[in-house]
Design a protein around this ligand. Structure first.
Ligand SMILES: CC(=O)CC(=O)O
Length: 233
């Protein structure tokens, strides 16, 4: 049996270098690979392009990498709960590619499935469509979107085994599912790492073949999203 275990988050992110493109699972703060993100913060790697539904909040998740200016570009569908993100974007320090949420998910899933591109009506007639090929299907214009190309995918699961088989829990399945296997190397951080054979095969969401490295996270914070409600003064 192949053993994909690595000791910890530091070992799991080995090989991530300046300028690389990373996919990071999670939806808002739900199911983010927080131990791996903390290891990236400690590694000082910089000029990253991060593909993630969200950009964390100021003191948690990708917000920590933004704070240390380690991210050059964010490709996301949901941002705006992070004051430092807003500041960097408005000052031009951070490049941001806002992507419709379904398109973001499908660009991950296409990469996972080895599909190079697909057509979608989402974004037609907006700046999302600028420079993209348009084709009509059933009388409706669609734009051509390309699968993501990422160096690493980093996902978080509830349980995993030494072979990399994963089970997600509840809504923490979110973007973690389509990102698993979508990057050249996929790292899985899990809440509980078990022996092969312990997981019920009928419950496995991602087969081990999609995963190259797996480890049990040391600490998972229970957080409720910190929404910033802005009022006009
Ligand atoms: C985290 C999110 O992405 C939330 C939303 O889409 O409303």
């Amino acid at each position: 049996m192949i053993d994909k275990r690595v000791k910890n988050a530091k070992e799991a992110i080995e090989g991530i270098k300046d300028g690389m493109t990373l996919m990071l699972g999670g939806f808002g703060l739900c199911g983010i690979p927080e131990n791996s993100i903390n290891a990236l913060v400690e590694s000082d790697v910089k000029d990253l392009t991060c593909i993630s539904n969200n950009a964390g909040v100021d003191d948690f998740g990708l917000g920590l990498l933004l704070h240390k200016r380690q991210i050059k570009k964010m490709i996301s569908s949901y941002v705006g709960e992070n004051a430092e993100f807003e500041r960097q974007m408005l000052s031009g320090e951070l490049d941001v590619e806002l992507t419709p949420q379904g398109t973001l998910a499908e660009k991950c899933r296409a990469a996972q499935a080895g599909i190079p591109a697909f057509y979608t009506p989402a974004g037609y007639g907006t700046e999302v469509a600028e420079g993209k090929e348009v084709k009509e299907f059933h009388g409706k214009p669609h734009i051509l979107e390309h699968a993501f190309e990422a160096d690493f995918s980093i996902v978080k699961a509830w349980k995993g085994d030494h072979a990399g088989n994963l089970i997600f829990k509840g809504s923490a399945r979110n973007f973690n599912h389509p990102m698993a296997g979508a990057g050249k190397i996929t790292v899985a951080e899990v809440e509980e790492l078990v022996e092969p054979g312990e997981l019920d095969p009928n419950q496995i969401h991602i087969p081990g073949i999609m995963i190259q490295r797996i480890f049990q996270g040391e600490k998972f914070e229970k957080r409720i999203e910190q929404r910033t409600v802005r009022t006009k003064e």
